[in-house]
Design a binder for this molecule. Structure first.
Ligand SMILES: [Fe+2]
Length: 236
């Protein structure tokens, strides 16, 4: 028989159970897209994890960190509506194919919009390809008009795209990816967020080497990439 304390305890357990179920559902959605787009294997998980790391470096509260992680996990879920011949095309996309690809942030937004509890992640998802100078998509927002959550996802998404291998090229080394991020900072990505990411990632790598090796085992240790790849820079 449960007393008053027992009821509170069972409610706490129930809430925890619901939170766990929600997280598992979010992960399942993220895995669905990672399975369809063979270059993004593990990409959504890493973007969610890295986005949380940057949020922590920026001193964001726990609630915001969870939103960041979920937005990172779900940012590309709209790719489910993009044909596989485009998603997995080896090599460059034609202008028409790239226009089709550019639909995915809005598709992600539309897929997630009916889920009331995911409302806080929507702007992160919709604007994750907006550039600092206004040259991104889908709306061309610039600078601080781009929600912070989206600016964070944009940086870590590009880092993960650069360091992931494609069918037609090896991933860049971390050093090269950092160089590209620095060069494009202020044009493609928010300068402050970019700097915080670079510092936080270096620190993580130095302080938790075993975790780093496990989580980022796919990253090439040696420099051997082909000449720069514009699509990787854009994070597709
Ligand atoms: Fe994307």
């Amino acid at each position: 028989m449960l007393g008053y304390g027992g009821h509170i305890l069972s409610n706490v357990l129930m809430v925890r159970h619901l939170q766990q179920t929600a997280l598992e559902t979010v992960r399942a959605l993220a895995n669905a897209i990672d399975a369809k787009d063979n270059y993004t294997h593990g990409h959504s998980e890493r973007v969610g994890w890295l986005a949380r790391m940057v949020g922590q470096a920026l001193g964001m509260p726990n609630r915001q960190l969870q939103i960041l992680e979920w937005a990172g996990l779900l940012h590309d879920v709209g790719k489910i509506g993009i044909p596989e011949r485009i998603l997995n095309k080896p090599g460059r996309l034609t202008t028409e194919e790239f226009d089709e690809m550019k639909r995915h942030p809005r598709l992600s937004y539309e897929v997630l919009r009916p889920v009331a509890s995911l409302a806080p992640v929507l702007e992160g998802v919709l604007y994750h390809h907006e550039n600092h100078d206004g040259s991104g998509y889908p709306t061309g927002l610039a600078g601080d008009a781009i929600p912070l959550i989206a600016r964070i996802i944009h940086v870590v998404d590009i880092f993960d795209a650069l360091t992931s291998s494609r069918s037609y090229r090896k991933g860049f080394t971390i050093a090269r990816a950092f160089e590209i991020l620095r060069t494009d900072s202020g044009r493609v990505t928010d300068p402050l967020v970019t700097e915080r990411f670079l510092t936080a990632f270096e620190r993580y790598r130095a302080e938790r080497p075993a975790d780093f090796l496990e989580r980022f085992a796919h990253i090439a240790a040696e420099a051997d990439p082909l000449p720069e790849d514009e699509e990787a820079r854009r994070g597709r």
